[in-house]
Every structure is written in structure tokens, then in C-alpha cells.
Ligand binder design. Structure first.
Ligand code: DQA
Length: 146
């Protein structure tokens, strides 16, 4: 089976972006952690990042097609700031029925009030937040059991 890991806007800046909040590791470091963890679980990995909402929606639809064929383990989704704004991403998850784990590197609940609401949590099977980059490995380990 395949695990999709999708990353939204500004996550390409990991490592240089607010390191006090997001840490020093880059998106390439996140990808190699995800590759390692997927291999350990016998899963294929599809890892992507985009700053564009429509591109994220297209990837969710692609994950949905795999889900329809019984070939998707799950979707690990760090939607970045779209988490707090996007009905369209919520609808894409709901409409495809993909089993989704919402992930945030930082603890969004300990930050600004506008980060406390997530459109995705209502359609998520689980939420991981505040564990830093290692959260991605925990998320893939969890999805592997779904
Ligand atoms: C984030 C938290 C969001 O509030 C923020 O907009 C991000 C990253 C996280 O991983 O902690 O871009 O999803």
C-alpha cells in the first residue's frame, strides 16, 4: 500500500522559517525521515509539497483513486495555514473518503487564536500536533496500522 504525505504552503521554507517554532530541519530532512519510516512499515511513499491549494486538492483526489482501489494506507496532511482557512481542502478529504491524519509540527493550540480552529480536524481520523518533525514518523507508523 501507499502512504501519501502532503505538505502545504511555506513548508518548503522549513529549516530557515521561524526555526524557534518549526526547528532546524529542512523539508528534505522530513522527506528522508518519511522515506525511512515508510520502508520500515513496508509502505510506498508519495511525498509532496505545494504552495497552491488546487494542487493539494488534485493530490488528495489522486490519493482518493488509490483509496478506491484499496491501495491507500492513508494520508498524512500538514496543510499549513490552509488548515485554518480552507473549506475546499476539507471537502476534498470528505468527498474522497481518504483516511487522513492531520499533522502540525508546532502546537497550534499554544499559538495565536486564529490557529486554534482547523477545518480539517472534523474530517481527520487523528491529529498529531506539537511533536516537531519526529511527528511525521509517528504519523506514518500510525497510518500503517489503519
Ligand atoms: C503548521 C501550523 C500552521 O498554523 C502554520 O500556518 C503552518 C505550519 C505546523 O506544521 O505547525 O504553516 O501547520
Amino acid at each position: 500500500k501507499t502512504v501519501f504525505v502532503l505538505n502545504g504552503p511555506n513548508l518548503n521554507l522549513l529549516g530557515s522559517r521561524e526555526p524557534a517554532v518549526y526547528g532546524a530541519q529542512t523539508l528534505a530532512d522530513v522527506q528522508s525521515l518519511c522515506e525511512q519510516t515508510s520502508v520500515q512499515n513496508g509502505l510506498n511513499l508519495r511525498f509532496h509539497q505545494s504552495n497552491h491549494e488546487g494542487q493539494l486538492i488534485d493530490w488528495i483526489h489522486e490519493a482518493g483513486r488509490l483509496h478506491g482501489k484499496g491501495e491507500l494506507a492513508g494520508l498524512v496532511f500538514n496543510a499549513g495555514a490552509y488548515t485554518h482557512t480552507s473549506v475546499a481542502l476539507m471537502d476534498a478529504v470528505k468527498g474522497t473518503g481518504v483516511p487522513m491524519l492531520e499533522l502540525h509540527i508546532s502546537n497550534v493550540h499554544a499559538r495565536e487564536a486564529f490557529r486554534h480552529h482547523s477545518y480539517l480536524s472534523a474530517v481527520a481520523r487523528a491529529v498529531v500536533c506539537g511533536l516537531g518533525v519526529p511527528g511525521y514518523a509517528l504519523a506514518i507508523n500510525a497510518v500503517a496500522q489503519w
